[in-house]
Design a protein around this ligand. Structure first.
Ligand SMILES: C[S@@+](CC[C@H](N)C(=O)[O-])C[C@H]1O[C@@H](n2cnc3c(N)ncnc32)[C@H](O)[C@@H]1O
Length: 421
């Protein structure tokens, strides 16, 4: 999936805890070469078929030890290759089926565990569960809502099943590549990383292990083991959790999170769901970004929204997704122009307010274009409504003002803009 899979610009939100020794934002930095050498980046998405090339003769995968189990049924922490196997466990869940298995650097574990209020309960949506996972005709399993949902409503929230580094942190990675050559060396690195993931998965409760192992796997032909294949098909890149003080280029020090429900969300370029990660409860919170009718499928965009259909197609291709959303099947040069220009048009729109009567058409056209492209869930759409409200207010059009204001209030539940009316 795009965005790591979920790796697009939209998902690149600010981290929720500050960089330890940096007063400024998490500008991307280049990793020191030694650090880069010690990690091997597995490409997410569907990678090439490596044909019949197998593991090198004479290579035997490392044996990674397990730790002892504590009386509460949770395995003790232990360190292998500079990473800690640890379990997020909440006393209120003795069965442990809301546990998260973490495979993290020690300093990262410390940052996570020292988050103020950690570990809060997972936020509960109001009312009964309102989603179901079921088959789709052409996308495998998907997640559907069982009742009408309003824009801004929380649909579900969950802790990840597993959080592990995005890159394969194996011991002697560069040496393995040098010893076995780039192709077989890569296979060895993938096999070594699988061994680490095997231990993380062995530490899970049976229910969580089953949930993880039943997720989709597109990486069956590239040398990934069964767990790494699932991780690479289903991972949300956790932009809030990273090693060291700053995020490194190419996501090298970020983490992947695998979710039981969230990893069942299929892609659409006209998505209806967005998510936030809350570090204090260590949970992903999924919210409707549009009104969703009972029975509709939930979709999240794996690709960038502000690019033409051809670019979206190429961003999605590595993930085995051929998008058949209305915006893709009905794409025209005009719809591509809307996609590539809507952000700039929204940026320009506050200028229109000074001459509201002359410019109201521009604002109405912008709103309609965004609706046509299914972009109502974007912050830009709420900005556009805010501008329209300002224009109608200045024009003394109270009925129209009220109608757009009601719509603005709905979409602003997620956008959280400061409204001046
Ligand atoms: C994270 S999984 C989503 C859930 C998955 N459908 C399942 O059965 O568990 C991602 C995979 O779902 C499939 N998928 C997602 N969106 C799709 C779409 N719009 N069209 C076709 N397949 C899609 C692709 O195989 C993709 O690699």
């Amino acid at each position: 999936m795009k965005r790591g899979f979920l790796n697009s610009a939209k998902a690149q939100k600010q981290q929720l805890y500050p960089a330890a020794s940096s007063s400024h934002d998490t500008a991307e930095a280049s990793p020191p070469s030694q650090e880069l050498e010690s990690m091997y980046k597995a490409r997410y998405g569907k990678v090439e078929n490596r044909g019949k090339l197998g593991l090198p003769e004479g290579y035997t995968p490392s044996n990674i030890p397990m730790s002892d189990m504590q009386p509460n049924g949770v395995y003790k922490d232990h360190i292998v290759n500079g990473l800690i196997f640890t379990t997020l466990h909440h006393a209120s869940d003795p069965a442990g089926n809301h546990n998260t298995e973490l495979l993290v650097e020690g300093s990262t574990k410390q940052k996570i565990f020292s988050t103020p209020g950690f570990l809060k309960p997972v936020p509960k949506p109001s009312g009964q569960p309102c989603y179901v996972i079921r088959s789709t005709p052409d996308m495998g399993l998907g997640c559907f809502v069982t009742r009408a949902i309003e824009a801004g409503e929380t649909i579900f929230a969950e802790r990840p099943l597993l959080v592990a580094p995005r890159s394969c942190r194996v011991q002697r990675g560069p040496q393995l590549l040098a010893q076995y050559g780039i192709h077989q060396g890569n296979l060895v690195v993938l096999a070594e990383w699988e061994k680490m993931l095997e231990v993380a998965v062995a530490r899970m409760t049976e229910e969580n292990r089953k949930a993880l192992m039943s997720l989709a796997n597109n990486h069956t032909e590239d040398g990934s083991g069964p767990i790494l294949g699932i991780v690479r098909t289903n991972a949300y890149t956790s932009v809030d959790i990273f090693d060291g003080p700053v995020k490194l280029a190419n996501n090298a020090n970020l983490y992947s999170a695998i979710l039981k429900i969230g990893s069942r969300l299929n892609h659409s370029c006209r998505g209806n769901v967005t998510y936030d990660f809350d570090l204090a409860s260590f949970s992903y919170i999924f919210k409707a970004e549009k009104d969703i009718a009972a029975g509709e499928q939930l979709f999240y965009s794996y690709c960038d929204l502000n690019v033409p259909a051809s670019v979206r197609k190429s961003q999605l291709a590595p993930y085995g997704v051929v998008c058949k959303c209305l915006s893709c099947i009905n794409a025209t040069p005009a719809s591509d122009k809307i996609r590539t220009e809507f952000e700039q048009r929204v940026k320009d729109s506050p200028k229109w307010v000074t001459n509201a009567r002359a410019n109201i058409r521009l604002a109405l056209k912008l709103r309609q274009d965004m609706i046509d492209e299914g972009l109502e869930g974007t912050t830009e759409y709420a900005c556009c409504l805010q501008v329209l409200c300002g224009m109608y207010m200045l024009m003394g059009e109270t009925v129209k003002f009220q109608r757009i204001k009601d719509e603005f209030n709905k979409y602003n539940r997620l956008a959280k803009l400061q409204a001046a009316f």
